[in-house]
Design a protein around this ligand. Structure first.
Ligand SMILES: *[C@@H]1O[C@H](CO)[C@@H](O)[C@H](O)[C@H]1NC(C)=O
Ligand SMILES: *[C@@H]1O[C@H](CO)[C@@H](O)[C@H](O)[C@H]1NC(C)=O
Ligand SMILES: *[C@@H]1O[C@H](CO)[C@@H](O)[C@H](O)[C@H]1NC(C)=O
Length: 360
């Protein structure tokens, strides 16, 4: 129902637009409107977008009329990169506008656009396939909307893309491995409905920040993450359905400041090698099935400020772990610490898992 109506209305709007444009230029813009082909295309794109908007409670697009697109709220013009004499649309920022609607194919006409920020709206549907032509698009933030369907594959074709934020939407299905071969700086996929195991090539990614939390991933911790040692600063994998052990090669991530794998089904012990994570400030392994002794190498990391180990089955930790700025070791099996699991619960776990290194 929805999409045919929408297409039809866009077609009608476009024909009206074409007919009325010359008179607009004369009547609404007596000031010298620089007639250049790119701004005319931008006009076509933005009018199509305006008509794909079903609700704009804060009137962001109320002044999206007439050919002077550079004066539209949220539309930013600049000199074209390939020709400084041409003014063109370089960015759109409609963050927090609470707009409902969709993104029309015509947005592909914004060929010089570098920045698209439309977070915190109610856009639905997906990213049009015409986006693959936006060869200068550098930052794309569509977070906190109602986009749905499979991963928007048009973003995989954007050669300039550095920052991709699609968190807090309803995307589902698998994440294409090609995403991790892009030369991105930051990637936010959290709070969607992705359901897959993480692609093996995740470590090919060049990002400094990656947040995959709150999806329904399955399978083991991605061991190729260690390949990102030269760039990776933050990794947040909370509530991502991960199981199995942490690979010891993560210890080589020495630029990492935040490592959060809380709320998964990870088990085994924390690798001794984590003492190599020299930049680590925040470590969160809470709510997993970890056990054994917490290595001294971890708690003696010089920059470590906060360590949450709660809700696991650790059976011992060096004294220095308790002296960190912020620490939470509740609900483990550490005999001399307060608020631990019952002796019975710990004994059951330990006999079941046949653990050797718990001579506390
Ligand atoms: C938007 O415009 C409508 C109609 O002009 C007006 O009634 C409404 O108060 C405006 N909303 C805001 C938030 O300015
Ligand atoms: C990405 O990773 C895969 C699998 O680990 C590898 O075969 C491929 O060559 C890598 N691609 C690049 C561009 O590094
Ligand atoms: C540690 O993690 C648990 C489980 O997610 C959480 O309830 C608790 O508030 C955290 N502790 C601190 C100090 O943040």
């Amino acid at each position: 129902m929805k999409s045919p109506n929408l297409t039809l209305s866009i077609l009608i709007i476009l024909s009206i637009t074409f007919i009325s444009k010359p008179s607009h230029q004369v009547s609404h813009s007596p000031q010298t409107f620089p007639v250049n082909a790119r701004l005319q295309k931008a006009y076509q794109a933005l009018q199509a977008w305006k008509h794909a908007i079903t609700s704009d409670p804060n009137n962001f697009t109320a002044n999206w009329c007439g050919p002077n697109v550079c004066s539209y709220t949220g539309v930013y013009c600049a000199q074209a990169l390939d020709d400084p004499h041409i003014t063109t649309v370089a960015g759109v920022d409609l963050n927090h506008a609470n707009i409902a609607g969709s993104l029309p194919e015509e947005l592909g006409l914004l060929v010089d656009i570098a920045v698209v920020h439309i977070n915190s709206n109610k856009f639905c549907g997906t990213i049009p396939s015409s986006f693959r032509g936006l060869y200068l698009l550098y930052e794309l933030d569509i977070s906190n909307n109602q986009f749905s369907g499979p991963f928007p594959s048009s973003v995989l074709c954007l050669p300039s893309l550095k920052y991709l934020d699609i968190r807090y939407n309803n995307f589902e299905g698998r994440i294409p491995p090609a995403l991790f071969d892009l030369k991105l700086d930051a990637l936010f996929l959290n709070n969607n409905k992705f359901q897959c195991s993480l692609p093996q090539n995740i470590g090919n990614s060049s990002v400094s920040v990656i947040v995959l939390a709150n999806n329904d991933f399955k399978g083991g911790f991605p061991s190729s993450l260690a390949k990102m040692k030269d760039t990776l600063n933050e990794v947040i994998l909370t509530n991502s359905g991960l199981e199995g052990c942490l690979p010891s090669n993560i210890g080589c991530l020495d630029k990492l400041t935040v490592f959060d794998v809380s709320n998964n089904k990870l088990d085994g012990s924390l690798p001794e090698s984590m003492g190599g994570m020299k930049s680590l400030e925040q470590l969160n392994v809470a709510n997993n099935g970890f056990s054994g002794q917490i290595p001294a190498s971890v708690c003696s990391l010089h920059k470590l400020e906060s360590f949450n180990s709660s809700n696991n089955y650790f059976c011992g930790q060096p004294e220095m772990c308790v002296r960190l700025k912020e620490t939470d070791d509740r609900r483990n099996c550490i005999p001399y610490r307060p608020l631990q699991r019952s002796a019975k619960e710990c004994a059951a776990f330990h006999s079941h898992n046949n653990l050797a290194n718990c001579g506390a």
